[in-house]
Design a protein around this ligand. Structure first.
Ligand SMILES: *Cc1c(COP(=O)(O)O)cnc(C)c1O
Length: 367
């Protein structure tokens, strides 16, 4: 063990990312072109054409630093979400937002509340500032908001909520979140992480950005990585009242979002067709995958995101075993043993033919 750094940094378990296609090709001697990756909740359509064009234009100016204030992107977001531009913080992915919030609002030894089986980065961000995690047991694989409100202690500075949650796909209806916000002490910051918001069906959509007007302690976090197809560029943003936003912007690196990412995000934000195409493919792919799970008699958690958590066996090696067998067939999915779900795999929803390739491989593996 290294003698460097504080104990709480040495205690951090590194984030386990989805395996890149090239790595799986090398490891298993497979043809890259034939590998299907359904492991990182990426958009199966890739980057929108509109973003590609905007980036080509922005490329001419790459010798200069990016706009540190992200003027155009903030203006576009401000118009889209009906909030003033100085209520917005840009992040290098929304991952950056989650970390900036921890740095801005939590000191070493103070506590942060989040749910069991919620996004891995909440633990990392908490540990990164020496915070104390209060992990509240999940209810039906989702957030137990009553228990989370009750778990808040006098030294609690922040709560992370994922809605929909990753890796389980669970969703908390608007009324329940509002009831929770009313219970949380006003000095505790609530980070409402809505990375999959754009995939929600219209009847589940609500304008959480407008709750920010009512709750000075609320941060709404969104990303361009999933529905907008810009995962490789790293752009996310937060909406919060100026007092909170001001502190986050002091912590934020001045040039945390690069010029290409800013240009691509503005274009994507206005590309309604791309979002619609993605949402439709996602809804159809969800049916395709869950119909196969039903047929195979596999339990899954009903999902509101662009992925499904499925139970592939009863023993604690099942996830790892099935994952390895799928890899050998050129299908990359996500084992979630690190989340305490060793019997499960998380499958990102892909194009119809990618889903079909996964289903065929799964049938073979499960015999
Ligand atoms: C993917 C994801 C994010 C962050 O993605 P970025 O690429 O960093 O924007 C945040 N929260 C949840 C729950 C996610 O699944």
């Amino acid at each position: 063990m290294s003698q460097f750094g504080p104990d709480y940094v040495r205690a951090i378990a590194p984030y386990q990312a989805g395996k890149p296609i090239a790595e799986v090709a090398r490891e298993f001697g497979l043809d890259e072109a034939k590998i299907v990756k359904l492991a990182s909740n990426e958009n199966p359509f890739g980057i929108p054409e509109s973003s590609r064009a905007a980036m080509a234009q922005a490329a001419a100016d790459l010798g200069r630093y990016p706009d540190a204030n992200g003027f155009e992107l903030k203006a576009a977001l401000s118009a889209r979400y009906d909030v003033p531009a100085d209520w917005i913080t840009l992040g290098n992915g929304s991952n950056d937002i989650l970390e900036i919030a921890a740095h801005a609002f939590v000191q070493k030894g103070e506590s942060v509340v989040y749910a069991q089986y919620s996004f891995a980065v909440y633990a990392l961000a908490t540990q990164g500032v020496g915070g104390r995690a209060i992990v509240v047991p999940a209810k039906d694989y989702g957030h137990d908001l009553d228990a989370m409100a009750a778990a808040i202690e006098p030294d609690t500075r922040m709560v992370y909520l994922a809605n929909p949650n990753n890796p389980t796909g669970t969703f908390i209806p608007a009324a329940e979140i509002e009831a929770f916000l009313q219970k949380v002490p006003s000095n505790v910051v609530v980070v409402l992480d809505e990375a999959y918001n754009e995939y929600l069906a219209p009847e589940h959509q609500f304008e959480s950005s407008q709750w920010v007007r009512k709750y000075p302690n609320l941060i709404v976090s969104r990303t361009f990585s999933k529905a907008y197809g810009l995962a490789g560029l790293r752009v996310g943003f937060a909406i919060a009242q100026p007092a909170v936003t001001d502190l986050m912007n002091r912590i934020r690196q001045p040039f945390n979002v690069n010029s290409l990412a800013q240009a691509a995000a503005v274009a994507a934000l206005n590309d309604k067709d791309f979002l619609e195409k993605g949402a439709q493919n996602n809804a159809e792919g969800y049916k395709q995958l869950t119909a196969a799970f039903d047929e195979l008699g596999l339990e899954y958690v009903p999902s509101f995101g662009n992925f499904v958590l499925v139970k592939v066996g009863m023993d604690d090696q099942a996830g790892a075993r099935v994952n390895l067998a799928l890899l050998k067939q050129g299908v990359i999915v996500r084992p979630v043993g690190n989340y305490g779900l060793p019997q499960w795999l998380r499958i990102s929803i892909g194009l119809p033919e990618e889903n079909a390739a996964f289903i065929a491989a799964l049938r073979k593996v499960l015999g």
